[in-house]
Design a protein around this ligand. Sequence first.
Ligand code: HPA
Length: 254
Amino acid sequence: MKIGIICGHEMPALIKNPESLSVETPYDKVKVKISKNYGHDLFFINRHGENGNIPPHKINYHSNIQAFNSCHIDCIFSVGTVGSMKTKIKPSDFVIPHDFVDNTKLRKPSFFDDSRVHVDMSSPFCPALRELLISKCKEIKKIVIHSNGVYLCTEGPRLETVSEIKIFSQVADIVGMTNVPEVILAREVGICYASLCVVCNMAAGLQNRLAANEISSVYGKLEPIVSEVLENAIKSINEKKDCNCRKIVSEASI
Ligand code: HPA
């Protein structure tokens, strides 16, 4: 299978001896690292660009997902850091979100700009890929896994205010800056997509002042586990997934 992995950090433990490819899209060029492993072709994109320095509000989400689509990827594992808005979800826990709330402000939300296409979002993350990630997380005893969660996506790049988190926490569990519109665009091109969210901090007001390097340092400690979860998921992925992700967009046009 052709498996896409998108993350804000490089993954040398998973993407071994990669070949680099520059994929042209109508939106921008994308650097894709390709590695043959575990009987599959793995396609890795750093969502923050080749040098990892593009901030969340300037990421070209369209070119990243279009590059995967041009490479005929079957499914995408997305990895991202989040803050927790619920006391039962703690730093170092993993969450596999089942839904999202879009609080972004400036991002182009869709591939469909010139036609009326309304893609169903009642189950935005691929249920089969989510189950796979959940089961592989559960096999690793040293982590706490939340097999459901609502992801609220902010525009960033700033972190949230205490009052924003009070509002957001009424409708969502975790807060991050990159899942939207990634998850929407993947659904619009019919690619299965699931997200492995690594909780790096409590959101504003639920812990003392938050330094951005705390997020990276917590993620750095958990990175080997992220690679282990993905490696195990890739090893046992089933070509015939029980989901409708390919079909949903075909029913979306007016
Ligand atoms: N807010 C938004 N994005 C994040 C956070 C946060 O608290 N932690 C990691 N990514």
